[in-house]
Structures are given as structure tokens and as C-alpha cells.
Design a protein. Sequence first.
Length: 233
Amino acid sequence: MAKRKRHNKRPPGPNPDPERYILVVTKEGSHFRRKRGTVKPALLNSSLQQMADGTTVCSPVAKHMAVMLKQHLRGLDTGRLIGRFTALLKKAFHEKGTPDFSSFRDYDFQPDHPLEDLLLVHYTCRAKDGVVAVQIPIEREGVKKHNQLVSNYYFDLILLHGDAITDDGLKVKCETSPLYSYSTIEESTCTLSVSLPETEEPWMAMLKVSSLEGDELAHHPRHYGMKVVAHSN
């Protein structure tokens, strides 16, 4: 039987050159090794370099987007919003060379509580003649009532547009519907519209549903839904 290899777990002593060596601690013991890049230049392959460049560009854009949308995210459990935004922006950046909103198609802001779990009717959205418009049928049980506390609901059509790379380049527009009762009997249609930017700049439109418990906004995120319903190409 081969002898079991014994590892020297004693401390390796003082660092011979802190500028060039780092201490590596393992289960088998500790040792010093040369710092990365001191033997030969540390290089990223082209794919990793492209990913690094994309993160450098897109991460600040994602943070800017989150700040601009902050007031419209109330009630939502968005999870790692900036991380998800960054990933979608990087996809557009690698495909088109710019971090626009083209990869946000059907993006749902609440993975655990998607819009379709709350808004049960078929809505339509179209962008035409400089306007993006959403039409939502209002009917009994068109919005799911998750408990007996919720009393009313309403819709927001939110438009985020502009150049996110430049300072103050992003702008937000919003139109809000009237309140609708969960116990409504009379059927109707809610139409929301927001004007699109006159210049050729990126934009995306989001539909949000919010619920009230009496005179206050509902507490649980399942009473909210928000999704991207249209965007520029």
C-alpha cells in the first residue's frame, strides 16, 4: 500500500516580497505564490474581455433605469432587478453595440408573481402614429382577488425612454386609470395611452396593476403585476 502523502501545514514564514507574492491557504497547508500578472501579463480572452466591457457599460445603465422607475416599483418584489437589467442590456450591447431596450420583450418584473397570475383578461397593446396604447377589458373577476381585503385596483401605463448612457438622458411618462372595484358588475374597457418620443430614441412601455386594501395600497406583492408590453426595435 502506498504511503499516505503528508502535507506540511506549518506557516510558510514571512512574505518574501509583498509586492510580488500572496499567501495561498488550502486544506493541505499554506504557501506563497507569485501574483497574477507578475510573471507574464494577465490577459483575458476575447469573449471574457467582451463580457467585461459589456458589464462596465451596462451596469451603470441598469442602475439609472432602476432609479428612474423607483416610484413605479412600489409594492413589487423585483428581486435582483439591477442584475437582471444588466444581463438584458448586455445582450443588446453585444448584438447591436448599444445598451437599448430591445432585449426587454415580455420582461416581467416579478418572477414569483407574474402579471398573468393577476390580470386574467386578454389585453392589447400597440404602438402607432406616435402613441403607445393599451386596452384592457374590465369585467368581473378580470383581476384575480387573492384575498377578501383587496377592494379596488387600477392600471398604470409607464413609458421609459431616452439615452440611458448620458446623464439625465432617461425620462418617464405615465398615465393612470380610474379605480375599479373587484366586485364590479358593469363591463367596460380601460384605455391608456402615452405619446412616444418624437426623436429616434430607445423606449419601452410597461403595464402595471396595483391593488388597494380599503384606502391603502395592498401589502403583499401578489396583489401587483408589472410587465414590459412594447419597446422600440
